[in-house]
Every structure is written in structure tokens, then in C-alpha cells.
Design a protein. Structure first.
Length: 137
């Protein structure tokens, strides 16, 4: 019974995306989005489907009225080009939101505190349905 409870606790921690001790080997990168559409702290950050980090903080930039997202990227992934694109994606059909990074062709690389300039906000299903209905009538 005890082994079952421990296994269940470990599974819950793993599924939640909570990582103990991982932050020590990361660096912060920022991105601004018009709409984060349900993105949450600890959401995955990936390149080519491979998880390379997580969302550490989401705040509102008072000057631009945009969402400012701080991502913690694994320090082993140090060749994210300066002209990369960050997109908010949905994991599966009804999954949560995540950030997908597409690498660019620039020769320079992002470092601690840099910002990804090219972003695409989340697609909000309610907005799409509203636009579709407006076109029909």
C-alpha cells in the first residue's frame, strides 16, 4: 500500500511538470505575447517537440499592455538563434498550452535575459468560432 502511494505521488509530480533542482542549470529568456490564452507557469517550452525548459513567470507589461513571459531554458541548449520564433501551442486536442520555439538562421545566440522578438499568440477557440459565425450571417 505504501509503495502504491509513493508511486502515485511520483507520478503526480512528474505529470505536473514540477522539477526539483533543475533551475540551477537554466537561463532566462523572455517573450511578449498579445494573448497567452491559458498558458500557465510550469508549461513546457520545446524545440522540435523536445522539451528544453519551462515557463517560469507570466506578467503584464504595463507599458505595452502585453503579456511578458519568462522562460527557464536548460543551459545545455545554448544555441537558440536571435531570430527564433516563439509560438503558443496546444498539447493535443484538449491539452494545455505550451511554447514552441522555431529556430532562425541568425549567427548570434540568445543569452541570459534576452528577448525573443518574433512571437505568435495563442489561438483562442472562442474567437475563431465568433469569427466563423459572423462570416455566416
Amino acid at each position: 500500500m505504501l509503495a502504491g502511494l509513493v508511486s502515485l505521488a511520483l507520478l503526480a509530480v512528474q505529470v505536473s511538470g514540477f522539477n526539483v533542482g533543475r533551475e540551477a542549470n537554466t537561463y532566462s529568456v523572455y517573450a511578449r505575447f498579445e494573448n497567452v490564452g491559458g498558458l500557465v507557469v510550469r508549461a513546457k517550452v520545446s524545440i522540435a517537440g523536445v522539451t528544453i525548459g519551462s515557463v517560469a513567470e507570466i506578467s503584464l507589461d504595463q507599458e505595452t499592455a502585453q503579456a511578458l513571459v519568462r522562460m527557464e531554458i536548460d543551459s545545455a541548449v545554448d544555441q537558440i538563434t536571435l531570430d527564433s520564433t516563439a509560438v503558443i501551442l496546444t498539447e493535443g486536442l484538449i491539452g494545455g498550452k505550451m511554447i514552441g520555439i522555431t529556430l532562425g538562421a541568425d549567427e548570434g545566440f540568445l543569452a541570459e535575459g534576452d528577448e525573443i522578438g518574433d512571437t505568435q499568440s495563442a489561438i483562442v477557440l472562442e474567437e475563431l468560432i465568433g469569427q466563423f459565425l459572423l462570416k455566416q450571417f
